[in-house]
Design a protein around this ligand. Sequence first.
Ligand code: ZN
Ligand code: ZN
Length: 274
Amino acid sequence: MKITLLGTGSPLVDPNRAGPSTMVQAGEATLLIDAGRGVQLRLVGAGVIPSMLSAVLLTHLHSDHITDLNDMITMYWVMSQEKGTLSIFGPPGTQQVVDGALAMLGPDIGYRVAHHEVLKNGPQVEVTEVAPGDEVEIGGCTILVGKTNHAPVEPTVGYRISDGAHSVVLGGDGIPCNTLDELVAGADAYVQTAMRDDMVLSIPNPMFHDVLDYHSTVVQAAQTAAKGNVGTLILTHYVPAPPVGDELEWAAAVSDHFDGKLVVGPDLTAVELS
Ligand SMILES: [Zn+2]
Ligand SMILES: [Zn+2]
């Protein structure tokens, strides 16, 4: 099982970090979790073209996690030459988002269908709205859906992906909660959005302080990982994003709370579980 941090940035534009998205390659599956800004640049940077994806899994519908979902839909359609159906899983509301994206792409779809003989129908997208407790089988992997707490954003979910040999939990955004603990328990790896509350508080803008109540701090992520006895804690979607190269210093607080392996880094940081 290989986990690649495609985009590690915060919601704010950063020339060196794409928006939140992570790729998990396991069994026969290539799974994209969230589709933030610039996701396809990083996907191709990781050696995967969009039409190779088995499915897209959305943790929630905050704009920073779906910014480039429309681009994913277009490129999957065009690069598969209409042979494939893009599977998108996400919480309730995902169908509405995809319908809206397809409506926005309407003129473009018309141009391409009119221009290319091979394209006749437009993007084929299959949306599955998931709920906590659901299990999905893709490419030899079992994907368990769990409830997360990113209130007031609802509904939000995390995913536990198992290939029989290894398991990884994608916690998405959110704060510690019992259902996240259940999802994380005993996983080999745990990918979590992480925030430095001290840095956020130092920003003299009250609007930034609003993010404090619905993201795990680095310490909380470490505590969740320790409670779940996970082997590897992978931090991503850094809020606020540190300069590339400063991630380890940024995450120094982890070692007081978690004694497993810690992974932080720039976009395209990859972890192989073996
Ligand atoms: Zn969010
Ligand atoms: Zn986010």
